[in-house]
Design a protein around this ligand. Structure first.
Ligand code: LMR
Length: 318
């Protein structure tokens, strides 16, 4: 059989509620030639199911830590969704404590078996899990800040959708930069920089900013005990993964917001626009001119973000 040209991608946490729809979207993506699905259970079922899709990517399932080495070897992009079971009421802190040990074992394995891969971190809370992964890679001697991304794309797709609704635009043609991080007040949409240019009253700005920040709660409440965002999360994860793969392929002008190692503010990690290329994050852009409302939001976001970054590292070390 002719093998489709493309990239080798692994999803860690592939049998979960975000993992399964993400795996389906990646299996459908023409930039993917090999798709490894790793989890602690049920990946063979998901693999058999997706394996019947008549798309180019070859999908292979792996279960349990003893198969992690084979799952990771040769991979060019790793998407980490893995986490301990949780309910939607859990705070970001509780989620973090449960997830740190899982992340430690996955990141150690990545450092050993595919140290040059791009890593897209989705496991929450991203504001802390990215600094944690960076520390683990530093200890292993493989850290490359250009190759580690916290995926904040869900905030961007929500912002695009809500702004499009407010202005009766096609959401596919709207681009809202969302900076800061991926939790509460750290999520700062730059409504003054929307493309195509739109202007908003102070009330509209307040309403849209809050709706974007509270997107998670909106879904949790609508699902009424049945979980948090999974389908839109999978969509956003695939959208960002595709941007990374297009960057790796050498496409020009791929710019997306992501939470990365940054010198744009005094914080070591910050989400802003990033140019994606063959080596990962090739350029992290400055924030550009901010409105007064955004400047105030930025100060608040930075304070909260500093705590989350610090907290991640101290839980890892404790
Ligand atoms: C969201 O923003 O909705 C997600 O991060 C949900 C979650 O907690 O996984």
């Amino acid at each position: 059989m002719e093998k489709s040209p493309g990239f080798r991608v692994a999803i860690l946490g592939a049998a979960g509620a975000v993992g399964q729809p993400l795996a389906m979207l990646m299996k459908k993506n023409p930039l993917v030639s090999v798709l490894h699905l790793y989890d602690v259970s049920n990946t063979y079922g998901v693999t058999a199911d997706l394996g019947h899709m008549d798309t180019g990517a070859v999908v292979i399932g792996f279960i349990g830590e003893e198969q992690l080495e084979v799952a990771l070897t040769g991979m060019e992009l790793i998407i980490i969704l893995a986490g301990a079971p949780r309910n939607p009421e859990m705070s970001k802190d509780e989620i973090l404590k449960n997830n740190v040990r899982i992340l430690e074992s996955l990141c150690d394995a990545i450092a050993k078996h595919c140290p040059k891969a791009i890593v897209n971190m989705i496991s929450n809370p991203v504001n802390s899990t990215v600094p944690i992964a960076a520390e683990i890679f530093k200890k292993a001697g493989t850290y490359d800040p250009k190759r580690l991304f916290g995926v904040t794309m869900l905030d961007v797709v929500r912002a695009n959708t809500f702004v499009a609704e407010a202005r009766r635009l096609d959401p596919r043609k709207v681009n809202v930069p969302v900076i800061g991080g991926h939790a509460g007040a750290t999520i700062l949409p730059l409504l003054s920089q929307v493309q195509p240019p739109c202007s908003f009253t102070p009330e509209e700005t307040e309403y849209l900013t809050n709706r974007i920040r509270n997107g998670k709660t909106e879904v949790v409440q609508a699902k009424a005990g049945a979980g948090s965002a999974t389908l839109s999360m999978a969509y956003a994860a695939e959208k960002f993964a595709e941007a990374c793969l297009r960057g790796l392929r050498g496409d020009a002008g791929i710019v997306e917001c992501a939470f990365v190692a940054s010198q744009v503010t005094e914080l070591p990690f910050f989400a802003s626009k990033v140019r994606l290329g063959c080596s990962g994050a090739e350029e992290v852009y400055q924030l550009g001119p901010l409105s007064e409302y955004e400047r105030i939001g930025l100060e608040k976001a930075k304070k909260e973000l500093a705590v989350s970054i610090e907290q991640g590292i101290s839980i890892l070390n404790s």
